[in-house]
Ligand binder design. Structure first.
Ligand code: CUA
Length: 184
């Protein structure tokens, strides 16, 4: 073998075969880089999950999307905010092309709030900016998200899954009101 020059540009090119130790060293470096990236991403998932309750909904619950309006939990009279006996709030919303029903919901501040959503047609998305509320709304399933609003305020809630030509107009509002006198 020819003597190797210190300048890599002057070294002869390997004739089609990269030495095994070079391959092993390169692979080891990439394994370390990939493992580090994986560890960082896992740490972000775990930390945001624990500190900010950012996680996918933990329940898998099915519902018949073909008769939402006729029977069961999502009939029209049952939509909107309900205050449970324990003082917490449950909000039921149907997402459909191209609206949330009801379009505006009122919830009390400083109270546990449970959103239960389902879709009447295609996949929609439900997001309240600056909160942990962010879920897909899939027909046939109930998406459940729990949160708590510290202070009164207004949240615009956009549909964030492309659901058709009217997608960009699919907005609604969550109005967080002072704790007393809250009922929608
Ligand atoms: Cu509903 Cu996009």
């Amino acid at each position: 073998m020819a003597e190797q020059s210190a300048n890599p540009l002057h070294r002869p090119l390997p004739d089609g075969v990269v030495p095994a130790d070079v391959v092993a060293r390169t692979e080891k470096r990439w394994i370390v880089i990939m493992a580090t990236m994986l560890a960082v991403m896992m740490a972000i998932v775990v930390v945001t999950g624990i500190t900010s309750a950012l996680h996918p909904s933990s329940n898998v619950e099915v519902v018949d999307a073909t008769n939402l309006h006729l029977a069961g939990e999502f009939v029209e009279s049952n939509l909107g905010t309900a205050i449970e006996p324990d003082g917490s709030a449950t909000v039921r919303i149907i997402a459909e092309q191209y609206d949330f029903v009801p379009r505006c919901v009122r919830v009390p501040a400083d109270t546990p709030v449970k959103f239960r959503l389902t879709s009447a047609d295609v996949v929609h998305g439900f997001l309240l900016p600056d909160t942990n509320v962010n879920t897909m709304v899939v027909p046939g399933f109930v998406a459940e998200v729990r949160t708590r609003f510290d202070a009164p305020g207004d949240y615009a809630m956009p549909c964030h899954e492309f659901c058709g030509l009217g997608h960009q107009a699919m907005w609604a509002h969550v109005s967080v009101e002072p704790k007393s006198g809250s009922r929608t």
